[in-house]
Structures are given as structure tokens and as C-alpha cells.
Design a protein around this ligand. Structure first.
Ligand code: ZN
Length: 427
């Protein structure tokens, strides 16, 4: 199959893709944005739209026991391991219409174009619409993909509760007539390295890098891990702001500010020394509203620390350097840092051969690309389950997890061409 033919077939299907975006946006609209809670009527509308679209294209549609929906273009050898693409159907509250859903529409668009071209691939090519990627609903992320690959114990569905309804995930699944008993009884996951030889996820970029670089498409090579101190505290002593000289103060806030400044300089040093793709965020920093006053030396300060990085060695080093800074500053300023629980996740390398393949396909299509690290996505779950995984990021204005997400269909088209060319190459 010539790349030109694939590109033309995708171009002809861009209005089909635009209709799929418009249709689901209309069905799940909430103010300016969309709201598709995981395992709700709204994300079920998305799943139903995916299945209906499959039937209209004469493709197969099937649900796994968790409610993830799969659309299949049958290959010549139905028993050969299949190729999987897709992303998630749920959204954050009043989120954008492209986060997740763009990857599902991309997969459907590629399969529609393959149908138009009369392609019968060597193996099945499947597009999945996953449930429950956003952590906002049940407190953890990637639930649908983790259930699909068997990396989340099914007993969790009776324990996890949706924040706004207070009801369990299994109760919400039963509302949708999903077979919860069958999910509990599964002896083997639906998706395994034996039945699936690769997972390719197209997703909008949720940051500003592609906009800044005036590029349409990026191929990420790694999903960042993180080290987080969500509930850090510094304790000093409340005192009169005018009566106490500096050397006798135990100012909790200035100690935290010094620590944060040291960590910011550490971050800049890492960047300057070519440790790429590190991030550092202090999302919370506050004194006690019941106690604080302009005329009091702060006796307590609460804060959070959140580092992202692409290697475990970097994250380990950041953790120990943070604790060393806190100990030194605490001693010198006569305050006590209690950094509290340290949580985090390991970085996930995307499959190098698939990443190189995507870069090569984009190059052959004349699409300039950029390589970078990206944030957590379902692709990491497949990668950790032993299924080679890679991603295509598409430029998107105004960030993500908000109603102003704005992906251009022309950029989407370039992303889908890269994805489709790679799928056919692998199949
Ligand atoms: Zn997403």
C-alpha cells in the first residue's frame, strides 16, 4: 500500500471524524465543555456511538466485561495476535471534547479508511474506547485499561467509590447492565501480550510544546514518573511580628520558601545539565487560615511537592536531595519539617522500535515531528503489561482538562496518517 493512498483515504474521512466529534459533543455537552463520568450514561453514549459507527462501517463491535468497547477490522489470520489502537471515552467534569476521545476517533477513522481502500490486513486491527481513565471519578486513573489487561484486581470495583455519587464502581457498572459477575469470574484478562502485539495511542498534547514549536505531531518516547510529597508540613512557633528579632524566630513559612527556592534552583541545574523533561510543581502552599494574621510570625505551613522525571535514578536522587535540604534548613532555622508520606510512580519507557517506526512513517509522509516526554496515559498500562506501546501526540491549543481545548482537524489528520501508516506497516 502506497503512503499517498493512505494519506488520501484519511483526508477523505476527515469529515466523518469531524461528525463523530460533533455528535458526541452534542450528546455530552455541559456548559462550554463536556462531562463524561467514567461508567455513566454519558460515557455509555460514547461507547454506543463507537459501536454504532462500527456497524455502519461493517466492522465488528464487542465489549469486554469491564465495558471497554472494541471495533475490529478482521485480518486474514483471525487467530494471529492483533494490533490495538484507541484511547479513553471518559472526560473530567466540564472538560474538552478531544482528551481521550480523539484517540478513539483516530482509530475509527483509520479503520474506515482501510475499509475504503479495501485493505484486509494480515492480522486483526482493533480500535478500543476505554473507560475510566480520569482519576477524578474514582480516585485512581486507568481503571478501564487496567481491568482489560488484568493489572487491577477485580475486587477493587466493589471498593472504589465515585466521589460525587458515593456509590461503588460495581453499582455504576450494574446501572449500565454490565455483567459484573463475569468480570469477577474472569480467569484470564481480555487483553494479553499473547493476543495483542502492540498498542498505539493517539492523544492530544495536554501542554503547550507543539504550539510553541509550530509543529502538528510529536512522538513521545517516555511517560514521566513522579515523586510526590502531598501532605508536607513545617512547624515553627507563632510569635509577635514586631517583638521578636530574626535570630529568635521559628518562622515556618520562610523555611518552606527557602526549601522551595532551593528545589527550584535544583530543577534549573538539572535542566542546565541536560537532564531533560523534568518538572517541579508546588501546587499547594498555605498557612493555617484559623490562626494566621498579618501581624503573626507563621508557626505552621502546609505545602505539597511534586517532581516529574523520566528515569528512576533521577526520581530517587530528587527524593533524597529534598530530604537533605529540609533537614539542613530545619536545623538552621530551628523549625521542624515533616515531609509526610512520599508517593510516586515509575517512568514508563515507550517501545523504542514502535517510536522509531512512527518517526519513520511521519518522515515518509513529510510530517515534521518532535520527540519528548509525556504525561500519564493508558499506553503506560499496556506497556507495563508487556504489550509494546507507543503514542502519537497532536497539537492542541489552550491546554487540556478544560473546555477551551482546541485541536485543529488538519493537525488531527496528520496524526491519523502517521498512526494509520504505522498500523498497516505492522499488520
Ligand atoms: Zn486523556
Amino acid at each position: 500500500m502506497q503512503l499517498d493512498n493512505i494519506a488520501q483515504a484519511i483526508d477523505k474521512r476527515l469529515s466523518f471524524a469531524a461528525d463523530l466529534f460533533a455528535e458526541l459533543e452534542a450528546q455530552t455537552k455541559d456548559g462550554d465543555g463536556v462531562t463524561r463520568p467514567a461508567w455513566s450514561e454519558a460515557d455509555q453514549r460514547a461507547a454506543t456511538l463507537v459501536a454504532d459507527t462500527a456497524h455502519a462501517l461493517d466492522l465488528e463491535a464487542e465489549y469486554d466485561n469491564a465495558g471497554n468497547v472494541y471495533v475490529t477490522l478482521p485480518g486474514q489470520d483471525r487467530s494471529a495476535p492483533s494490533l490495538l489502537t484507541g484511547s479513553h471515552l471518559d472526560s473530567v467534569p466540564k472538560g474538552g471534547n478531544f482528551d481521550g476521545y480523539a484517540g478513539v476517533v483516530a482509530g475509527l477513522t483509520a479503520l474506515a479508511a482501510f475499509r475504503d481502500l479495501g485493505v484486509t490486513p494480515a492480522c486483526d486491527i482493533r480500535t478500543v474506547g476505554l473507560r475510566g481513565e480520569e482519576s477524578v471519578w474514582y480516585g485512581i486513573a486507568y481503571i478501564g485499561s487496567r481491568l482489560a489487561v488484568g493489572s487491577l484486581d477485580t475486587s477493587e470495583i466493589d471498593r472504589l467509590r465515585r466521589g460525587d455519587t458515593g456509590r461503588t464502581l460495581s453499582a455504576h457498572m450494574e446501572d449500565l447492565k454490565l455483567d459484573v459477575a463475569a468480570l469477577h469470574d474472569e480467569t484470564e484478562p481480555y487483553i494479553t501480550p499473547e493476543n495483542t502485539k502492540g498498542f498505539l495511542e493517539l492523544h492530544i498534547e495536554q501542554g503547550p510544546v507543539l504550539v510553541d514549536r509550530a509543529l502538528s505531531v510529536a512522538i513521545p518516547t517516555v511517560i514521566r514518573g513522579n515523586v510526590r510529597f502531598p501532605f508536607a508540613r513545617c512547624y515553627g512557633e507563632y510569635a509577635h511580628s514586631a517583638a521578636v528579632p530574626r535570630e529568635l524566630r521559628r518562622d515556618a513559612l520562610l523555611a518552606v520558601v527557602e526549601l522551595v527556592g532551593a528545589l527550584d534552583r535544583m530543577w534549573q541545574d538539572y535542566e542546565a545539565n541536560n537532564v531533560p523533561d523534568t518538572v517541579f510543581t508546588v501546587g499547594q502552599l498555605y498557612t493555617d487560615a484559623e490562626q494566621h494574621a498579618m501581624t503573626k510570625v507563621p508557626g505552621e505551613c502546609a505545602f505539597s511537592l511534586n517532581f516529574g522525571g523520566t528515569t528512576e535514578a533521577f526520581l530517587d536522587e530528587v527524593r533524597s536531595r529534598t530530604m537533605a535540604y529540609a533537614a539542613e534548613i530545619g536545623d538552621r532555622r530551628n523549625v521542624e519539617f515533616q515531609l509526610g508520606e512520599c508517593v510516586g510512580s515509575n517512568p514508563t519507557l515507550l517501545d523504542a522500535a514502535l517510536c522509531d517506526g512512527l518517526l519513520a512513517q511521519a518522515g515518509a509522509l513529510g510530517i515534521p515531528t518532535h520527540t519528548m516526554a509525556t504525561v500519564g496515559h493508558d499506553a503506560s498500562i499496556f506497556a507495563r503489561a508487556g504489550i509494546p506501546a507507543a503514542m502519537v501526540l497532536v497539537r492542541n491549543q489552550h491546554g487540556s482538562h478544560n473546555a477551551a481545548e482546541a485541536m485543529e482537524m488538519a493537525d488531527f489528520g496528520l496524526g491519523v496518517k502517521t498512526l494509520a501508516a504505522m498500523l498497516l506497516n505492522l499488520a
